[in-house]
Design a protein around this ligand. Structure first.
Ligand code: LLP
Length: 386
C-alpha cells in the first residue's frame, strides 16, 4: 500500500528533502471507510484523537469523513475548528486544563469536557457561569483495568493520574448534578494505548454495565458513554495488516454493552486511524563500524520520531534504494547527542550505503505530533500521496 515510486520521484527531482513524513492518503481513506462500515447502524460515534497527528491535511481528511475530534489542549480545539470540525463533535480531555483552555472550550460550545477531578468541575462551572453558558461534561472514570501495554501508556489503573476512581465516583456525580452551569452527559473511560487484545475492553464493558445499573437505580441516566480509544496496530507487519482490527474492537462493545434506549457510545481512536498511513523517510548520512557493531546513521533522529527512544518501541525499517541481495545486521541510529537515539538494534537490512533512502514504517501516529526541536533541529516536513 505504501507508494514508493511517488515518494522516490519527489526525492529524485529534489522537490523534497529528508527527513520527512510521507502520508499515504489512500490508506487513510480506506482506514476511515473501514471504521465507518463497522459503526454503520450502531449508536456509535467516533472521535479522532488529534494528539496522534494534528497535521492540518490529515485533520481535514478525517473531518471530511464525518468523524468527531477528541482534544487535549486549547490549541488542539482551535486546530480542530480550523479544520472544520463542528463544536458539537468535539470532546476535550486532560488532567490539567488551564482557565484559558476551558474558556476556549466554553466559548466554542464544545459537546463535552471530559473532567478528571472535582476541582476541575468547580472551575468549569465557575467559568461557564461567568460566560453565561452551560458546559457539557462527562466524568472520566478510572476503572482500574490493566490494559497490558507499556507502562507509560497505561492510563486506567489507580496508580495513574487519570480520572476519578470508583470509590469517589458517587460523590463526583452528585457534585456534577448540583452545579447549575454543568450538564452531565455521561461517563468517560480510557484504559490505555496500543492495546492488542480485546480482553481489557470486554472487562471495560462489564464495568460500564455495572455503573449503568448502579446509576439507573439512583435515578441518573446518561446520554452517552465514552469508551475511549487505544486500539493497537501491527508494527511488525504493516503491509500484511495495514488496517487495524476495527471489526473485533467494535464487536466487543456491540456484544458487551447493555445500553439504555437512546444512549450513544463514543470512541476516541487515534493510533489505529493514522499510524499505518505514515512513514518517516530519511537518508543514510554515514555507515560506520566499530569493533562490535555496524551503524547506519540517518538524518532522522529521536527529534523526528521519539517512540523508539521513549518506549523502546520497534518500527519496521526498509531500505528503499539498496539493490543488494545480501543482508547485514545494523544498529540504525539518528544524529542526536543521546545514546537513546536509536531506531533499532541489530536490524537486518540489505547492505546499506551513504545516500540510501530508508522508510521507518507505521509512524503516522505519535510521530510528527511528538517531534521536537532539540539540538535546534528543524521540524520534519510532510508530503502526501494524492
Ligand atoms: N483518549 C484519551 C483520553 C487518551 O489519553 C488517548 C491517548 C486516546 C484517546 C487515543 O489513544 P489511541 O487510540 O491513539 O491509542 N505517545 C504514545 C501514545 C500516548 C497515548 C496517549 N493517550 C505512543 O506513541 O505510543
Amino acid at each position: 500500500m505504501f507508494n514508493k515510486s511517488h515518494l522516490m520521484e519527489m526525492l529524485d527531482e529534489g522537490k523534497q528533502s529528508t527527513p520527512l513524513y510521507y502520508y499515504d492518503m489512500e490508506l487513510l481513506r480506506s482506514t476511515l471507510n473501514a471504521v465507518k462500515q463497522e459503526i454503520a447502524g450502531e449508536p456509535f460515534v467516533v472521535h479522532y484523537a488529534v494528539k496522534a497527528n494534528g497535521n492540518p491535511v490529515i485533520l481535514k481528511e478525517i473531518q471530511r469523513s464525518g468523524l468527531g475530534a477528541d482534544l487535549v489542549s486549547g490549541n488542539e480545539i482551535v486546530a480542530a475548528a480550523e479544520a472544520g470540525f463542528a463544536p458539537s463533535m468535539m470532546a476535550y480531555a486532560g488532567v490539567g486544563k488551564t482557565d484559558r483552555e476551558i474558556e476556549i472550550g466554553v466559548d466554542k460550545g464544545i459537546y463535552c469536557f471530559n473532567v478528571e477531578s472535582e476541582p476541575e468541575m468547580e472551575v468549569i462551572n465557575e467559568i461557564a457561569t461567568r460566560m453565561g453558558k452551560t458546559a457539557g461534561i462527562a466524568i472520566r472514570v478510572n476503572p482500574d483495568i490493566d490494559a497490558h501495554t507499556h507502562r507509560y501508556i497505561t492510563t486506567g489503573t489507580v496508580a495513574n493520574k487519570f480520572g476519578i476512581d470508583l470509590p469517589r465516583l458517587d460523590d463526583a456525580v452528585d457534585l456534577a448534578l448540583s452545579l447549575p452551569h454543568l450538564h452531565l452527559r455521561g461517563l468517560h473511560f480510557h484504559i490505555g494505548s496500543q492495546v492488542t487484545t480485546m480482553q481489557p475492553y470486554a472487562l471495560l464493558c462489564d464495568r460500564i454495565n455495572h455503573l449503568l445499573d448502579h446509576y439507573e437505580q439512583r435515578g441518573v441516566n446518561f446520554e452517552m458513554i465514552d469508551a475511549g480509544g487505544g486500539l493497537g496496530i501491527d508494527y511488525g507487519n504493516p503491509d500484511d495488516n495495514p488496517i487495524a482490527a476495527f471489526h473485533d474492537f467494535f464487536q466487543v462493545f456491540k456484544r458487551g454493552l447493555n445500553l439504555r434506549p437512546g444512549q450513544k457510545v463514543h470512541f476516541e481512536l487515534g493510533r489505529s486511524i493514522v499510524a499505518q498511513c505514515g512513514s518517516l523517510i530519511s537518508k543514510v548520512v554515514f555507515v560506520k563500524e566499530n569493533s562490535a557493531k555496524r551503524f547506519v546513521i540517518l538524518d532522522a533522529g529521536m527529534t523526528d520520531l521519539i517512540r523508539p527512544a521513549l518506549y523502546t518501541s520497534h518500527h519496521k525499517i526498509e531500505n528503499l534504494t539498496s539493490q543488494e541481495q545480501e543482508s547485514v545486521a545494523y544498529d540504525v541510529v539518528g544524529p542526536i547527542c543521546e545514546s537513546s537515539d536509536v531506531f533499532a538494534h541489530d536490524e537486518l537490512l540489505p547492505v546499506t550505503r551513504r545516500g540510501d533512502v530508508v522508510a521507518i514504517r507505521s509512524a503516522g501516529a505519535y510521530g510528527e505530533s511528538m517531534a521536537s526541536r532539540y539540538n535546534m533541529r528543524s521540524l520534519p516536513s510532510s508530503v502526501f500521496s494524492h
